[in-house]
Design a protein around this ligand. Sequence first.
Ligand code: 5GP
Length: 221
Amino acid sequence: MSKGKIAVISGFSGAGKGTVVRTLLEKYDHYALSVSMTTRSPRDGEVHGRDYYFVSHEEFRDAIDRGGFLEYAYYEGSSNNYGTPKAFVEENLKNDRHVILEIEVQGGAQVKAVYPDTVSIFIVPPSAAELVRRLVDRPDQSIDFDTVQKRLRTALRESADIGRYDAMLINDTGKAEECADAIEYICETGDTSGHAPDLTFVEKFKAELEAIIERREKERN
Ligand code: 5GP
């Protein structure tokens, strides 16, 4: 039997999930990062084959028809369709690698139906104020007020699902390596008991985030 496991890793845009995953891949060589297929257009700085495979609707439909996806989210008429190519995942699991899927919770549930020992992990920033700071202070890109508001609202919606994950990790400033080590522990042992989602933290985070969104909205006017 393969020693490889699938880890579904989710997190708010701007929470530092990318840094954690990069640290994990640099520190341990028994991981592979799955690159999804999408029909949405590339954003500034995104690279075909690294961030996503950017494909047409026809190519996406073809992949569905030939059973090429392990899971996919398909919205008729929408340009935002996403899928996890199956061959890459199977190949790496066969070679005893853990495979990271950066996908959302419904996709994770589809994967779990096929690979029951899949672990799902949600990465959160230490506070809502820190989420805003990380979004606004990104060195690689400047984002405008409305985009920040939109991402904060998306984060608020996504935080409602954290309780459905096996584990929640708080990515405190300077703690990306600790998070990467926690993922390694979870993948190697399958034990998520020490990292169960902290729903008290989540409720506090949501209330704080709601207040920040409202305050920013008032400041704009
Ligand atoms: P974005 O367009 O901002 O890159 O991603 C939007 C959402 O799609 C995120 O929640 C991301 O995790 C999710 N996503 C990315 N790739 C996949 C995939 O292959 N399958 C599923 N189900 N969701 C995905």
